[in-house]
Design a protein around this ligand. Sequence first.
Ligand code: ITT
Length: 204
Amino acid sequence: MQKIIIATGNPGKVKEFRDMFSDMGLDCSVASLADCFDPLPDIEETGATFHENAKVKADWVYRRVANVWSLADDSGLEVDALDGAPGVLSARYSGEGANAARNNLKLLNELRGIPDRKRTARFKCVLVLRMGIDTYLSAEGVCEGRIGERTVGDKGFGYDPLFIPNGFDRTMAQLEPEEKNRISHRGMALRNLLAAIKVGGNIY
Ligand code: ITT
């Protein structure tokens, strides 16, 4: 059975990948960074793009664990009124000691006074799967929406309590996990990745 290590230290991402892998009925075993490394490594993200940072994380794991595929996710929120910020800096938006609550507060402050129609934003996710020395697959997903006026909901993680996906009048943090995975940037990216693997013909 193919072993896949998800090269993330973010428990919210790990849960979503585990749920999606199990819903898709894939014949593979999935472990996360926390299952393989103690203490959890802090992999320095030196890239300027989601793709470069995802590759850094996939490579880090691939070099250290034998006979596995490594799957990395680099993702973030792009807000139009902020010229695409926080973007690749989404996890670190509020600086030293950043966490979701502080990042959300900073985002609300930056958008103070901006009307609803100008609060458009999107989540982006880039996945890089390293399968061998020179074998990589990559896929992307996007979820369009807008930033609310206050945090609402307690599901999901990160900016979910502020992000209202297009077609919904609830935040991402109010959606059930299956609902989020169906419409999210991460769900779209994973479906695209699996389609690419299927074309290559080496997972099922
Ligand atoms: P790893 O690098 O260990 O995977 P991370 O959280 O640092 O964990 P990123 O560098 O890719 O991951 O930063 C992504 C940030 O973007 C994440 O911390 C959230 O703030 C935000 N984000 C990404 N996907 C999200 C989602 O589905 N819901 C809410 N916020 C999300």
